[in-house]
Write a protein that binds this ligand. Structure first.
Ligand SMILES: Nc1ncnc2c1ncn2[C@@H]1O[C@H](COP(=O)(O)OP(=O)(O)OP(=O)(O)O)[C@@H](O)[C@H]1O
Ligand SMILES: [Mg+2]
Length: 274
């Protein structure tokens, strides 16, 4: 099957000669949920910007739906991609929340009604309808993140990239937004990339891509990552609690299942022992 996104030996060097990515290759299947992880400065946001065409590779190729991202195709391909960056303050453009959400739609030749409808739907999805006439400058960090997310959703993208985009949200809003994204995925085969430091997030994804100093160090299922002590150490990550409990049982001569268990799975396994 043709990957939705493919990186082929991508190297990227910033103007100041900082090599942010070196020979990075991976592919992402259509409709997948991916976590892109790695320590600060490992190259995650650079990958997001290369997918969105904000940066062009120094060498190597980025393909979306099998088409190489070149300056010529950029306009067309970027329509496919909704991206929410780390710092919501960098993204606020409109004088009101409503204008801000509509901003990305302006160059798309949409009828006024269609535009209004999309803005309404996106604001409703993130629970910000009542703030539509407010100046974004007056919002809290989490509210700004919601507006940024609404702007990305209004584009009805086929790829959604969230660069630490839920970091300022409270637990309820975080859960709600994950739920909304899951629904969109089921409906539209949306491909989602979560750039995250949140170990909890990994349990919810199909695929993990991990970077260390600009190099790909893991590309696979979360359950395989949890078994790999060396990679976890490079990422400065602890295995999930359930994996730690499994390791204790194993050391005591028990034989826990090798596949990943969530809290519930672990409880069931332990219950069967006694
Ligand atoms: N605009 C820029 N100009 C020069 N160097 C940059 C620029 N943006 C990032 N870098 C460098 O590129 C490397 C990768 O940065 P990147 O922003 O992709 O990391 P990241 O994994 O997103 O980190 P974080 O978790 O802190 O957001 C870092 O060494 C960083 O200093
Ligand atoms: Mg970043």
């Amino acid at each position: 099957m043709q990957p939705k996104i493919e990186f082929k030996a991508v190297t990227f060097t910033y103007h100041n000669q900082v090599k942010a990515l070196e020979q990075v290759s991976f592919s992402i299947v259509n409709g997948e949920t991916v976590a892109l992880i790695g320590q600060n400065g490992s190259g995650k946001s650079t990958i997001a910007k290369l997918i969105d065409g904000l940066l062009m590779t120094t060498s190597g190729t980025v393909l979306i739906d099998g088409v190489a991202l070149t300056e010529n195709d950029l306009v067309k391909l970027r329509k496919e991609i909704g991206i929410v960056f780390q710092n919501p303050d960098d993204q606020i453009i409109g004088a009101t929340v409503e204008e801000d959400v509509a901003f990305g739609l302006e160059n798309r030749n949409l009828a006024y009604d269609e535009m209004q409808q999309r803005v309404n739907k996106a604001l409703k999805a993130v629970g910000m309808t009542e703030y539509r006439s407010v100046s974004p400058a007056l919002l809290s960090g989490g509210q700004k993140q919601k507006v940024s997310l609404a702007r990305a959703l209004a584009l009805e993208p086929s790829i959604l990239i969230l660069d630490e985009a839920t970091s300022m949200l409270d637990p309820i809003a975080k859960t709600e937004i994950k739920h909304i994204i899951k629904e969109l995925q089921a409906k539209y085969q949306l491909t989602v990339i979560y750039i995250t430091h949140d170990m909890e997030m990994l349990e919810k994804v199909d695929h993990v891509i991990a970077l260390n100093h600009g190099t790909l160090i893991f590309n696979g299922k979360p359950s395989d990552l949890y078994q790999d002590q060396l990679i976890l150490k490079q990422l400065a990550m602890q295995p999930p609690f359930t994996e730690q409990v499994k390791a204790i049982f194993k050391a005591r001569g028990f034989n826990p299942p090798t596949e990943y268990l969530d809290d519930r799975g672990l409880t069931e396994w332990i219950t069967k022992l006694f």
